[in-house]
Design a protein around this ligand. Structure first.
Ligand SMILES: Cc1ncc(C[n+]2csc(CCOP(=O)(O)OP(=O)(O)O)c2C)c(N)n1
Length: 328
């Protein structure tokens, strides 16, 4: 990270830990719920990637926008999505964030700036440009985050979107979460450059490759990019290096992942490190941290039980919320 980038203060670090813990506990719980047979859903784990959205979103305003992908529950929770709306949506229930019509791969809650979750690889970037362009035209100073994976940086839409965002100085941040894998393919097997961030120079914007699991680096770089966007200076490409602990989707054992590399990444898990730092630096006591963790477990119990007790959407809902003008 550049030496002059800002660092998180004690309360911000605690907030980053709080968000990252919520995401981790939620991910662990989703695995348990699927295994128990209580819910059936496609599930793309974000285990290992929690610090990225947690350290980024502490610098976002409530009305800033994010666009994310199927592996994006961490982004949505960090932006403030309620566990109740999330779990109801995961279960396809009418009380979900999309009235149960989106499901796990399409979590959306515009009321808190979660504008889209998409399954089309590479599509967050042009959508984010559209939102950012609208912000620019209206002068509302909102910043848009386009989350995507390393694999998506090889899609044509990535290049088109970076070009246009730079040309029009759009208030957008291209947030590449480089977890080392596309579906089952390693980064090196499908990418012609060593670093995604080197592509930023082709489109005249700043590009950074940072340790996305380091809360200081992630916070500092995201804040600089957010301030640049808000000041009307244009987009930034951030490549946050991380590691996907699990396979691509629930049920994929990740046999194609190098076993040593995977074990090393899991051993370097950033969450216990941050937890120990908070205690060592006197930012929070063991008891306070335990209370946060236990609180999330209780919230999860409640959200899951409530979701399972909620009804599915009625048949009449099928044609609603599709077009700007309802067709009845
Ligand atoms: C346009 C398109 N092509 C292919 C796919 C199939 N597919 C789903 S996920 C995925 C891997 C994407 O990897 P990456 O962008 O690195 O994101 P990650 O899953 O690692 O977070 C692919 C190829 C798709 N959904 N959309």
């Amino acid at each position: 990270m550049e030496a002059n980038f800002p660092r998180p203060d004690a309360q911000t670090l605690l907030e980053i830990y709080r968000k990252a813990t919520l995401i981790r506990r939620n991910d662990d719980r989703a695995h348990k719920v699927i295994r128990s047979g209580r819910m059936v859903m496609p599930f793309y784990s974000t285990k290992g990637q929690e610090i990225i959205p947690s350290a980024l979103s502490v610098s976002l305003n409530a009305d800033d926008y994010i666009c994310t992908i199927y592996r994006g529950i961490h982004d949505s929770l960090a932006k403030g999505l309620s566990l109740k709306k999330l779990w109801a949506e995961l279960g396809g229930r009418v009380t979900g964030s999309c009235k149960g019509k989106g499901g796990p791969m399409h979590i959306t809650d515009p009321s808190i700036g979660i504008m889209v979750t998409t399954g089309i690889v590479g599509s967050t970037m042009p959508i984010a440009n559209g939102l950012a362009w609208a912000s620019k035209l209206s002068g509302n100073k909102r910043v848009t985050i386009a989350n995507f994976g390393d694999g998506a940086s090889n899609i044509g839409a990535f290049h088109e979107a970076l070009n246009l965002a730079s040309l029009w100085k759009l208030p957008v941040i291209f947030m590449c979460q480089n977890n080392r894998f596309a579906e089952h393919t390693t980064f090196a097997d499908c990418t012609a450059v060593d670093k995604v961030s080197t592509r930023a120079s082709s489109y005249s914007m700043p590009g950074y490759t940072i340790d996305g699991n380091d809360p200081d680096e992630m916070y500092g770089t995201a804040r600089i990019a957010i301030e640049r966007a808000r000041a009307g200076e244009g987009p930034t490409l951030i490549e946050a290096m991380t590691y996907r602990h699990n396979g691509h989707v629930f049920g994929d054992d990740g046999h194609y992942m190098d076993a040593e590399e995977r074990a090393a990444a899991i051993a370097a898990d950033p969450l216990p490190k941050l937890r120990a730092r908070l205690i060592y630096d006197g930012i929070a006591s063991e008891d306070e941290i335990k209370a946060i963790e236990d609180g999330f477990e209780r919230e999860l119990d409640e959200a899951i039980n409530e979701a399972l007790a909620s009804p599915y959407p009625a048949l009449e809902e099928m044609k609603r919320d599709i077009f700007a003008h309802e067709i009845g």
